[in-house]
Ligand binder design. Structure first.
Ligand SMILES: [Ca+2]
Ligand SMILES: [Ca+2]
Ligand SMILES: [Ca+2]
Length: 478
């Protein structure tokens, strides 16, 4: 066998003579077609195809494409001579087979990509192959097989990782390139809106995390500035936050609260990566106030009696840490009350009409939560009648030699009166002693000189009613 472009077809002559001697059928004489197939398609070309006369000897030659080599003939010619001769005794179809020795060429590798962990902090490898462009000496671009490792859909964690791209031609030759996948944390959650705080009782409040646009995987913690602590899943407080999804929180009943106290709740959101939002605005609600206020009432600075229906009430009230007292009302009999009125520390009050005697004034206070205090009262004796009395000097003696005398005194107050509380004396009806304790007898020194001397007395009761002036006289002699 000879190879190379210098081959001739002379060696085939003897074979032709042999065919003639065999007496080929005359029907075989005429035009015959020589046809080539190329395997794999596009790996090379073959020269010599055409229509030839019977017994024509055709020189054929396979021309491999770049990075290809000729491997042999099949069909109506076998062997691997190249060039080769074909003796046209019939229509012939010959397949030239080439080897593809060239790897594909990647003209553009996949672009690097950055993806974000989703709300549940997972991510999968995206498809990098669609971004790859490659050519091959034989295999058409659309038939090149592009794969990646790790495969698309494989779970990936945070950080950067290499993605190996492989482009394979039909002959199995491969080219590689590398792209980088970077996985970053999920977005920091949006700042939550204020929670919904409802259903106040004396010691509990209901708190609900409200929708804020964050995904269902975002967790929340509930802070209470009033206590400086975090709400736990069971509604208690603790120093550390409890993280739960909105759904898991639902409506939590925060318990163990003080009565009538403001509690403010705000939410913080956290994603699966642990990134926390800013604290949202707070919502505040008071627990209920069920404790009534307390108070005091004093009539006329605690004097025991008065001679006037018009008195002054002094009032105090206290609702402790409660919602605060806001109203008061009054009653003379405990059955009929004035309208609720604004609080005042002092209030003019008119005692009920009627005979003199004790008057009781009752007060009640109201807090913002509508709790009524107990009834507090004070009483004072209304005394409108002045006392009565008498005076005798030295038991009614007509004369005396001494200027020092004894006054005999009687005094009384009317029924229901406050009683005689004071007395005073005067020698001239213009100048009086100070009011003093009443006693049945009292020593008195008459003005100097001889003659008639009159001593005057006045009595005063607990209601400051002053009696008329009672008097007696005596003659001072030598
Ligand atoms: Ca190739
Ligand atoms: Ca209260
Ligand atoms: Ca009186």
């Amino acid at each position: 066998m000879t190879t190379g472009r210098g081959v001739s077809c002379k060696g085939a002559i003897g074979f032709i003579a042999l065919v003639l001697a065999a007496g080929a059928a005359s029907a075989d004489i005429g035009k015959h077609t020589l046809t080539f197939n190329v395997m794999p398609p596009g790996a090379g070309t073959v020269s010599g195809a055409g229509e030839y006369c019977w017994l024509h000897l055709v020189r054929i030659e396979a021309e491999p494409k770049a990075e290809c080599s000729f491997t042999g003939w099949t069909g109506d010619l076998t062997g691997d001579d190249n060039p080769a001769c074909v003796f046209m005794t019939d229509n012939k179809t010959i397949t030239a087979t080439f080897a593809d020795n060239g790897a594909p060429k990647i003209t553009q590798c996949a672009a690097n990509r950055t993806i974000m962990l989703d709300a549940s902090c997972t991510a999968v490898m995206p498809d990098f192959t669609s971004g790859v462009a490659a050519t091959d000496n034989v295999t058409p671009a659309q038939d090149l097989v592009i794969t990646q490792s790790p495969e698309a859909g494989t779970p990936v964690g945070m950080g950067s990782s290499a993605v190996n791209i492989t482009v394979r031609d039909a002959a199995g030759h491969a080219a590689n390139c590398t792209a980088t996948l970077t996985v970053v944390p999920p977005a920091v959650p949006a700042t939550p809106v204020a929670p919904l705080v409802t259903s106040a009782t004396v010691s509990t409040l209901d708190v609900k995390v409200m929708p804020d646009g964050n995904g269902s995987n975002v967790e929340y913690a509930l802070f209470c500035a009033a206590t400086g602590m975090w709400v736990q899943a069971d509604g208690t407080f603790a120093a550390q936050p409890a993280w739960q999804t909105k759904e898991a929180w639902g409506t939590v009943t925060v318990a163990g609260l003080d009565e009538c106290t403001a509690y403010d709740f705000s939410a913080v959101a956290r994603n699966c990566h642990g990134d926390e939002s800013a604290a949202g605005p707070a919502a505040t609600l008071f627990t209920r106030d069920v404790t009534p206020p307390t108070g005091t009432i004093v009539i006329n600075n605690n004097r025991s009696a008065t001679n006037s229906y018009n008195v002054t009430l002094a009032l105090t009230w206290d609702d402790g840490a409660g919602s605060g007292a806001v109203r008061m009302r009054f009653s003379d009999d405990g059955a009929h009350w004035t309208l609720w009125e604004p609080l005042a520390a002092t209030r003019a009050y008119t005692l009920p009409a009627g005979p003199q005697g004790h008057r009781t004034v009752r007060v009640q206070f109201l807090d913002r939560a509508n709790n009524r205090s107990a009834v507090y009262n004070d009483y004072i004796r209304l005394d409108t009648d002045p006392p009565t009395g008498s005076i005798l000097i030295n038991n009614g003696a007509m004369t005396t030699k001494s200027h020092t005398v004894t006054l005999n005194l009687t005094y009384a107050d009317s029924v229901g009166g406050s009683g005689v509380a004071r007395m005073r004396f005067s020698d001239d009806g213009a100048h009086w002693t100070l009011w003093e304790q009443p006693l049945p007898t009292r020593t008195h020194v008459l003005p100097e000189g001889l003659g008639y001397r009159t001593v005057r007395v006045q009595y005063r009761d607990g209601g400051d009613n002053v009696s008329e002036v009672y008097r007696d006289y005596i003659k001072v002699i030598e």
